[in-house]
Design a protein around this ligand. Structure first.
Ligand code: NDP
Ligand code: MG
Length: 381
Protein backbone atom coordinates (compact mmCIF):
# COMPACT_ATOMS: atom_id res chain seq x y z
CA UNK A 1 0.00 0.00 0.00
CA UNK A 2 1.09 3.56 -0.79
CA UNK A 3 2.64 5.42 2.15
CA UNK A 4 3.41 8.77 0.55
CA UNK A 5 2.07 10.44 -2.57
CA UNK A 6 3.00 13.28 -4.81
CA UNK A 7 -0.27 14.72 -6.10
CA UNK A 8 -0.27 16.46 -9.48
CA UNK A 9 -3.40 18.54 -10.16
CA UNK A 10 -4.27 18.81 -6.45
CA UNK A 11 -6.77 21.66 -6.84
CA UNK A 12 -9.10 19.87 -9.27
CA UNK A 13 -12.00 17.49 -8.76
CA UNK A 14 -9.85 14.33 -8.60
CA UNK A 15 -7.09 16.14 -6.70
CA UNK A 16 -9.41 17.19 -3.87
CA UNK A 17 -10.96 13.73 -3.61
CA UNK A 18 -7.47 12.20 -3.50
CA UNK A 19 -6.74 14.37 -0.47
CA UNK A 20 -9.96 13.08 1.18
CA UNK A 21 -8.57 9.55 0.79
CA UNK A 22 -5.11 10.61 2.02
CA UNK A 23 -6.66 12.31 5.06
CA UNK A 24 -8.75 9.27 5.97
CA UNK A 25 -5.93 6.74 5.64
CA UNK A 26 -3.05 8.89 6.89
CA UNK A 27 -1.20 8.77 3.58
CA UNK A 28 1.64 11.32 3.55
CA UNK A 29 1.66 14.11 0.97
CA UNK A 30 5.16 14.97 -0.25
CA UNK A 31 4.25 17.32 -3.09
CA UNK A 32 1.23 19.14 -4.54
CA UNK A 33 0.81 20.94 -7.85
CA UNK A 34 -1.69 23.39 -9.33
CA UNK A 35 -1.93 25.66 -12.32
CA UNK A 36 -3.81 28.76 -11.16
CA UNK A 37 -6.13 28.06 -8.21
CA UNK A 38 -3.68 29.05 -5.47
CA UNK A 39 -6.40 29.86 -2.92
CA UNK A 40 -7.33 26.17 -2.75
CA UNK A 41 -3.67 25.16 -2.86
CA UNK A 42 -2.86 27.35 0.14
CA UNK A 43 -5.45 25.60 2.29
CA UNK A 44 -4.05 22.25 1.16
CA UNK A 45 -0.49 23.26 2.01
CA UNK A 46 -1.55 24.37 5.50
CA UNK A 47 -3.35 21.07 6.12
CA UNK A 48 -0.98 18.54 4.53
CA UNK A 49 2.43 20.24 4.93
CA UNK A 50 4.03 19.04 1.68
CA UNK A 51 7.79 19.54 1.22
CA UNK A 52 7.26 20.96 -2.26
CA UNK A 53 4.54 22.65 -4.30
CA UNK A 54 4.61 23.52 -7.96
CA UNK A 55 2.43 26.34 -9.28
CA UNK A 56 2.76 25.94 -13.04
CA UNK A 57 1.95 29.57 -13.77
CA UNK A 58 5.17 31.54 -13.05
CA UNK A 59 3.52 34.80 -11.95
CA UNK A 60 1.19 33.06 -9.53
CA UNK A 61 4.08 31.01 -8.19
CA UNK A 62 5.89 34.22 -7.20
CA UNK A 63 2.83 35.51 -5.34
CA UNK A 64 2.26 32.10 -3.77
CA UNK A 65 5.77 32.05 -2.35
CA UNK A 66 4.89 35.20 -0.40
CA UNK A 67 1.51 33.82 0.74
CA UNK A 68 3.05 30.74 2.32
CA UNK A 69 6.35 32.30 3.44
CA UNK A 70 5.53 31.31 7.04
CA UNK A 71 5.59 27.57 6.14
CA UNK A 72 8.56 25.33 5.30
CA UNK A 73 7.10 24.31 1.90
CA UNK A 74 9.33 25.04 -1.10
CA UNK A 75 7.62 26.64 -4.13
CA UNK A 76 8.68 25.86 -7.70
CA UNK A 77 7.05 26.61 -11.06
CA UNK A 78 6.76 25.70 -14.73
CA UNK A 79 7.44 22.40 -16.47
CA UNK A 80 10.66 21.84 -14.52
CA UNK A 81 8.72 22.32 -11.31
CA UNK A 82 6.24 19.66 -12.40
CA UNK A 83 9.15 17.27 -13.04
CA UNK A 84 10.57 18.03 -9.60
CA UNK A 85 7.18 17.27 -8.00
CA UNK A 86 6.77 14.05 -10.02
CA UNK A 87 10.22 12.84 -8.97
CA UNK A 88 10.29 13.95 -5.33
CA UNK A 89 12.16 11.59 -3.02
CA UNK A 90 10.07 9.64 -0.55
CA UNK A 91 6.84 9.48 -2.58
CA UNK A 92 6.14 5.92 -3.63
CA UNK A 93 3.14 6.81 -5.83
CA UNK A 94 2.49 9.80 -8.04
CA UNK A 95 -1.21 10.56 -8.48
CA UNK A 96 -1.68 12.27 -11.82
CA UNK A 97 -4.89 14.30 -11.70
CA UNK A 98 -3.80 16.97 -14.18
CA UNK A 99 -6.24 17.68 -17.01
CA UNK A 100 -5.13 17.33 -20.63
CA UNK A 101 -1.98 16.25 -22.40
CA UNK A 102 -0.01 18.50 -20.01
CA UNK A 103 -0.07 15.37 -17.83
CA UNK A 104 2.04 13.28 -20.22
CA UNK A 105 5.54 14.55 -19.37
CA UNK A 106 4.97 14.41 -15.59
CA UNK A 107 3.75 10.80 -15.93
CA UNK A 108 6.94 9.90 -17.78
CA UNK A 109 9.08 11.77 -15.21
CA UNK A 110 7.42 9.83 -12.38
CA UNK A 111 8.02 6.49 -14.10
CA UNK A 112 11.63 7.40 -14.82
CA UNK A 113 12.13 8.12 -11.11
CA UNK A 114 10.80 4.65 -10.25
CA UNK A 115 7.43 5.79 -8.87
CA UNK A 116 4.19 3.89 -9.28
CA UNK A 117 1.53 5.99 -10.96
CA UNK A 118 -2.15 6.29 -10.02
CA UNK A 119 -3.46 7.69 -13.28
CA UNK A 120 -6.59 9.80 -13.65
CA UNK A 121 -5.07 11.77 -16.54
CA UNK A 122 -6.37 9.60 -19.41
CA UNK A 123 -4.85 11.96 -22.01
CA UNK A 124 -1.43 10.56 -20.94
CA UNK A 125 -2.32 7.15 -22.38
CA UNK A 126 -4.35 8.43 -25.33
CA UNK A 127 -1.46 10.52 -26.64
CA UNK A 128 1.52 8.59 -25.34
CA UNK A 129 0.33 5.03 -24.67
CA UNK A 130 3.14 3.25 -26.52
CA UNK A 131 5.89 5.24 -24.82
CA UNK A 132 4.31 5.02 -21.38
CA UNK A 133 3.99 1.23 -21.72
CA UNK A 134 7.61 0.73 -22.68
CA UNK A 135 8.83 3.07 -19.91
CA UNK A 136 6.76 1.18 -17.32
CA UNK A 137 8.44 -2.03 -18.39
CA UNK A 138 11.89 -0.49 -18.46
CA UNK A 139 11.63 0.91 -14.93
CA UNK A 140 9.57 -1.99 -13.47
CA UNK A 141 6.88 0.21 -11.98
CA UNK A 142 3.11 -0.14 -11.90
CA UNK A 143 0.38 2.06 -13.29
CA UNK A 144 -2.97 1.84 -11.50
CA UNK A 145 -6.08 3.23 -13.22
CA UNK A 146 -8.14 5.86 -11.42
CA UNK A 147 -10.69 6.42 -14.20
CA UNK A 148 -13.78 4.65 -12.79
CA UNK A 149 -14.41 2.40 -15.81
CA UNK A 150 -10.80 1.25 -15.96
CA UNK A 151 -10.61 0.75 -12.22
CA UNK A 152 -13.81 -1.34 -12.51
CA UNK A 153 -12.24 -3.50 -15.22
CA UNK A 154 -9.01 -3.78 -13.19
CA UNK A 155 -11.08 -4.88 -10.17
CA UNK A 156 -13.06 -7.41 -12.28
CA UNK A 157 -9.80 -8.85 -13.62
CA UNK A 158 -8.46 -9.71 -10.15
CA UNK A 159 -8.24 -13.49 -10.04
CA UNK A 160 -9.15 -13.87 -13.70
CA UNK A 161 -6.91 -16.48 -15.39
CA UNK A 162 -4.62 -15.36 -18.24
CA UNK A 163 -6.27 -15.70 -21.65
CA UNK A 164 -9.79 -15.96 -20.17
CA UNK A 165 -10.84 -12.47 -21.27
CA UNK A 166 -13.15 -12.19 -24.28
CA UNK A 167 -14.02 -8.51 -24.20
CA UNK A 168 -14.38 -5.38 -22.13
CA UNK A 169 -17.77 -3.71 -21.70
CA UNK A 170 -17.34 -0.05 -20.79
CA UNK A 171 -20.37 1.77 -19.44
CA UNK A 172 -21.19 5.37 -20.36
CA UNK A 173 -23.60 7.68 -18.58
CA UNK A 174 -24.53 9.30 -21.88
CA UNK A 175 -23.68 12.75 -20.51
CA UNK A 176 -25.87 15.82 -20.39
CA UNK A 177 -27.55 15.33 -23.79
CA UNK A 178 -28.53 11.66 -23.85
CA UNK A 179 -31.55 11.08 -26.10
CA UNK A 180 -31.25 14.42 -27.94
CA UNK A 181 -31.16 14.76 -31.73
CA UNK A 182 -28.54 16.67 -33.70
CA UNK A 183 -31.13 19.35 -34.39
CA UNK A 184 -31.70 19.80 -30.65
CA UNK A 185 -27.93 20.05 -30.05
CA UNK A 186 -27.39 22.92 -32.48
CA UNK A 187 -27.93 25.70 -29.99
CA UNK A 188 -27.09 24.16 -26.63
CA UNK A 189 -25.07 26.41 -24.31
CA UNK A 190 -21.94 25.88 -22.22
CA UNK A 191 -24.17 25.83 -19.11
CA UNK A 192 -26.36 23.07 -20.59
CA UNK A 193 -23.31 20.97 -21.46
CA UNK A 194 -21.82 21.38 -17.98
CA UNK A 195 -24.85 19.74 -16.31
CA UNK A 196 -23.69 16.14 -15.87
CA UNK A 197 -26.39 13.77 -14.57
CA UNK A 198 -24.26 11.75 -12.12
CA UNK A 199 -20.74 13.08 -11.59
CA UNK A 200 -19.35 16.41 -10.41
CA UNK A 201 -16.14 16.78 -12.43
CA UNK A 202 -13.84 19.40 -13.98
CA UNK A 203 -15.19 21.39 -16.95
CA UNK A 204 -13.16 19.67 -19.68
CA UNK A 205 -14.20 16.10 -18.85
CA UNK A 206 -17.83 17.20 -18.35
CA UNK A 207 -17.89 18.59 -21.90
CA UNK A 208 -16.15 15.40 -23.09
CA UNK A 209 -18.96 13.40 -21.48
CA UNK A 210 -21.59 15.49 -23.26
CA UNK A 211 -19.96 14.87 -26.68
CA UNK A 212 -19.11 11.22 -25.85
CA UNK A 213 -15.47 12.09 -26.59
CA UNK A 214 -14.80 10.95 -23.04
CA UNK A 215 -15.91 7.44 -23.96
CA UNK A 216 -13.76 7.53 -27.09
CA UNK A 217 -10.72 8.57 -25.01
CA UNK A 218 -11.59 5.79 -22.56
CA UNK A 219 -11.70 3.15 -25.30
CA UNK A 220 -8.16 4.18 -26.30
CA UNK A 221 -7.10 4.29 -22.64
CA UNK A 222 -8.50 0.77 -22.10
CA UNK A 223 -6.76 -0.62 -25.15
CA UNK A 224 -3.38 0.42 -23.68
CA UNK A 225 -4.16 -0.57 -20.10
CA UNK A 226 -5.53 -4.02 -20.89
CA UNK A 227 -3.80 -4.83 -24.20
CA UNK A 228 -6.97 -5.28 -26.26
CA UNK A 229 -7.95 -3.95 -29.68
CA UNK A 230 -10.92 -1.75 -30.43
CA UNK A 231 -12.99 -4.74 -31.64
CA UNK A 232 -12.86 -6.21 -28.13
CA UNK A 233 -14.12 -3.09 -26.37
CA UNK A 234 -17.90 -2.61 -26.29
CA UNK A 235 -19.56 0.54 -25.02
CA UNK A 236 -23.02 0.49 -23.48
CA UNK A 237 -24.94 3.53 -22.23
CA UNK A 238 -26.01 2.98 -18.64
CA UNK A 239 -27.72 6.10 -17.34
CA UNK A 240 -27.52 5.36 -13.62
CA UNK A 241 -23.70 5.04 -13.40
CA UNK A 242 -24.02 2.19 -10.92
CA UNK A 243 -22.20 -0.47 -12.96
CA UNK A 244 -18.81 1.13 -13.58
CA UNK A 245 -17.80 -1.38 -16.27
CA UNK A 246 -17.67 -5.12 -16.98
CA UNK A 247 -15.58 -7.89 -18.45
CA UNK A 248 -16.91 -10.79 -20.48
CA UNK A 249 -14.98 -14.05 -20.25
CA UNK A 250 -14.55 -16.83 -22.81
CA UNK A 251 -17.47 -18.80 -21.34
CA UNK A 252 -19.66 -15.68 -21.69
CA UNK A 253 -19.77 -15.10 -17.94
CA UNK A 254 -19.91 -11.35 -17.33
CA UNK A 255 -18.32 -9.81 -14.25
CA UNK A 256 -19.32 -6.28 -13.26
CA UNK A 257 -18.17 -3.83 -10.61
CA UNK A 258 -20.97 -1.82 -8.99
CA UNK A 259 -21.09 0.98 -6.46
CA UNK A 260 -22.34 4.46 -5.68
CA UNK A 261 -20.93 6.93 -8.20
CA UNK A 262 -18.06 8.34 -6.13
CA UNK A 263 -14.50 8.66 -7.44
CA UNK A 264 -13.04 8.06 -4.00
CA UNK A 265 -13.48 4.29 -4.50
CA UNK A 266 -11.25 4.03 -7.60
CA UNK A 267 -8.82 6.62 -6.20
CA UNK A 268 -8.50 4.67 -2.96
CA UNK A 269 -8.10 1.31 -4.70
CA UNK A 270 -5.27 2.74 -6.83
CA UNK A 271 -3.52 3.80 -3.61
CA UNK A 272 -4.23 0.77 -1.42
CA UNK A 273 -4.04 -2.04 -4.02
CA UNK A 274 -4.28 -4.92 -3.33
CA UNK A 275 -5.75 -4.01 0.07
CA UNK A 276 -9.39 -3.01 0.63
CA UNK A 277 -9.91 -0.40 3.34
CA UNK A 278 -13.02 1.31 4.75
CA UNK A 279 -14.30 4.28 2.78
CA UNK A 280 -16.68 7.21 3.37
CA UNK A 281 -18.53 6.35 0.15
CA UNK A 282 -22.25 5.66 0.55
CA UNK A 283 -23.30 1.99 0.57
CA UNK A 284 -25.14 0.83 -2.51
CA UNK A 285 -28.86 0.26 -1.91
CA UNK A 286 -30.06 -1.80 -4.87
CA UNK A 287 -33.71 -1.75 -3.85
CA UNK A 288 -33.60 2.03 -3.74
CA UNK A 289 -32.19 2.08 -7.28
CA UNK A 290 -34.65 -0.65 -8.32
CA UNK A 291 -33.84 -0.58 -12.04
CA UNK A 292 -30.72 -0.38 -14.17
CA UNK A 293 -31.07 0.60 -17.83
CA UNK A 294 -28.88 -0.01 -20.87
CA UNK A 295 -28.86 1.47 -24.39
CA UNK A 296 -26.58 1.28 -27.41
CA UNK A 297 -24.61 4.50 -27.97
CA UNK A 298 -26.14 6.85 -30.56
CA UNK A 299 -23.11 7.16 -32.83
CA UNK A 300 -24.95 9.21 -35.48
CA UNK A 301 -25.71 12.04 -33.08
CA UNK A 302 -22.55 11.75 -30.95
CA UNK A 303 -19.76 11.15 -33.45
CA UNK A 304 -16.73 11.45 -31.20
CA UNK A 305 -16.76 7.84 -29.98
CA UNK A 306 -16.46 6.48 -33.53
CA UNK A 307 -13.84 9.10 -34.44
CA UNK A 308 -11.71 7.89 -31.52
CA UNK A 309 -12.19 4.27 -32.55
CA UNK A 310 -10.97 5.20 -36.05
CA UNK A 311 -7.95 6.99 -34.59
CA UNK A 312 -7.17 3.95 -32.44
CA UNK A 313 -7.33 1.59 -35.43
CA UNK A 314 -5.06 3.87 -37.45
CA UNK A 315 -2.66 3.90 -34.50
CA UNK A 316 0.59 5.87 -34.31
CA UNK A 317 0.01 9.58 -33.82
CA UNK A 318 -3.71 9.56 -34.71
CA UNK A 319 -5.00 9.28 -31.12
CA UNK A 320 -2.70 12.15 -30.07
CA UNK A 321 -4.09 14.25 -32.92
CA UNK A 322 -7.71 13.44 -31.97
CA UNK A 323 -6.94 14.37 -28.38
CA UNK A 324 -5.21 17.64 -29.28
CA UNK A 325 -8.04 18.66 -31.61
CA UNK A 326 -10.54 17.92 -28.88
CA UNK A 327 -8.63 19.91 -26.25
CA UNK A 328 -8.50 22.91 -28.58
CA UNK A 329 -12.18 22.56 -29.55
CA UNK A 330 -13.37 22.21 -25.95
CA UNK A 331 -11.32 25.27 -24.95
CA UNK A 332 -13.01 27.28 -27.75
CA UNK A 333 -16.45 25.98 -26.83
CA UNK A 334 -15.91 26.97 -23.18
CA UNK A 335 -14.81 30.41 -24.40
CA UNK A 336 -18.06 30.54 -26.44
CA UNK A 337 -16.17 30.88 -29.73
CA UNK A 338 -17.76 27.82 -31.36
CA UNK A 339 -20.95 25.80 -31.03
CA UNK A 340 -21.34 22.38 -29.43
CA UNK A 341 -21.60 20.51 -32.74
CA UNK A 342 -18.37 22.13 -33.97
CA UNK A 343 -16.48 19.95 -31.48
CA UNK A 344 -17.03 16.60 -33.29
CA UNK A 345 -16.62 18.39 -36.58
CA UNK A 346 -13.20 19.76 -35.63
CA UNK A 347 -11.99 16.48 -34.13
CA UNK A 348 -13.24 14.44 -37.11
CA UNK A 349 -11.57 16.74 -39.65
CA UNK A 350 -8.28 16.77 -37.72
CA UNK A 351 -8.12 12.96 -37.82
CA UNK A 352 -9.24 12.80 -41.44
CA UNK A 353 -6.72 15.38 -42.67
CA UNK A 354 -3.77 14.09 -40.71
CA UNK A 355 -1.27 11.96 -42.52
CA UNK A 356 1.23 10.13 -40.42
CA UNK A 357 4.84 10.33 -41.41
CA UNK A 358 6.23 7.70 -39.09
CA UNK A 359 5.54 4.10 -38.17
CA UNK A 360 7.31 4.11 -34.82
CA UNK A 361 6.78 7.29 -32.87
CA UNK A 362 8.93 9.17 -30.41
CA UNK A 363 7.92 11.50 -27.60
CA UNK A 364 9.09 14.38 -29.79
CA UNK A 365 6.70 13.26 -32.57
CA UNK A 366 3.78 13.21 -30.12
CA UNK A 367 4.52 16.64 -28.70
CA UNK A 368 4.93 18.07 -32.21
CA UNK A 369 1.70 16.51 -33.51
CA UNK A 370 -0.09 17.84 -30.44
CA UNK A 371 1.29 21.36 -30.86
CA UNK A 372 0.70 21.53 -34.63
CA UNK A 373 -2.87 20.23 -34.38
CA UNK A 374 -3.78 22.71 -31.65
CA UNK A 375 -2.14 25.65 -33.42
CA UNK A 376 -3.90 24.92 -36.67
CA UNK A 377 -7.31 24.78 -34.99
CA UNK A 378 -6.84 27.76 -32.67
CA UNK A 379 -5.44 29.96 -35.49
CA UNK A 380 -8.27 29.17 -37.90
CA UNK A 381 -10.94 30.73 -35.71
P1 NDP B 1 -10.05 19.66 -13.02
O1 NDP B 1 -10.15 20.65 -14.10
O2 NDP B 1 -11.03 19.70 -11.91
O3 NDP B 1 -8.57 19.74 -12.37
C1 NDP B 1 -7.43 19.75 -13.19
C2 NDP B 1 -6.16 19.94 -12.36
O4 NDP B 1 -5.06 20.11 -13.27
C3 NDP B 1 -6.18 21.22 -11.52
O5 NDP B 1 -5.41 21.01 -10.37
C4 NDP B 1 -5.51 22.24 -12.43
O6 NDP B 1 -4.93 23.33 -11.73
C5 NDP B 1 -4.43 21.38 -13.06
N1 NDP B 1 -3.98 21.88 -14.37
C6 NDP B 1 -4.72 22.46 -15.34
N2 NDP B 1 -3.97 22.75 -16.42
C7 NDP B 1 -2.71 22.36 -16.11
C8 NDP B 1 -1.46 22.42 -16.81
N3 NDP B 1 -1.36 22.94 -18.04
N4 NDP B 1 -0.37 21.92 -16.20
C9 NDP B 1 -0.45 21.39 -14.96
N5 NDP B 1 -1.59 21.33 -14.24
C10 NDP B 1 -2.70 21.81 -14.81
O7 NDP B 1 -10.04 18.22 -13.71
P2 NDP B 1 -10.55 16.83 -13.13
O8 NDP B 1 -10.05 16.63 -11.75
O9 NDP B 1 -12.00 16.68 -13.42
O10 NDP B 1 -9.82 15.81 -14.12
C11 NDP B 1 -8.43 15.54 -14.04
C12 NDP B 1 -8.11 14.34 -14.95
O11 NDP B 1 -8.79 13.20 -14.45
C13 NDP B 1 -8.58 14.53 -16.39
O12 NDP B 1 -7.68 13.89 -17.26
C14 NDP B 1 -9.92 13.78 -16.42
O13 NDP B 1 -10.24 13.29 -17.71
C15 NDP B 1 -9.63 12.64 -15.45
N6 NDP B 1 -10.83 12.08 -14.79
C16 NDP B 1 -11.61 12.88 -14.00
C17 NDP B 1 -12.73 12.37 -13.37
C18 NDP B 1 -13.55 13.20 -12.44
O14 NDP B 1 -14.46 12.68 -11.80
N7 NDP B 1 -13.29 14.48 -12.31
C19 NDP B 1 -13.14 10.96 -13.58
C20 NDP B 1 -12.22 10.21 -14.38
C21 NDP B 1 -11.11 10.76 -14.97
P3 NDP B 1 -5.84 24.64 -11.34
O15 NDP B 1 -6.96 24.12 -10.50
O16 NDP B 1 -4.92 25.48 -10.55
O17 NDP B 1 -6.30 25.24 -12.61
MG1 MG C 1 -14.40 7.52 -16.75
Amino acid sequence: MTKNISLLGATGSIGKQTLDVARMHHIGVKALTANTRTDILEQQVREFHPELVCVVNEERAKQFKISIADTSTKVVSGKNGMTEAAQIAGADTVVNAVVGVAGLLPTLSAIEAGKNVALANKETLVAGGSIVKSELKKHSVQLYPVDSEHSAIFQCLQGCPDNALKKLIITASGGAFFGKSKEELKNVTVEDALKHPNWNMGAKITIDSATMMNKGLEVIEASWLFDVGDEKIDVVVHRESIIHSMIQLKDNAVIAQLGTADMRVPIQYALTYPERLPSPVKELDLTEIAKLSFYPPDNDTFECLEICRRALRKGGLYPAVANAANEAAVQMFLERKIGFLDIPDIVGKAVENFSSRNETISLQDILEADRETRQEILCQR
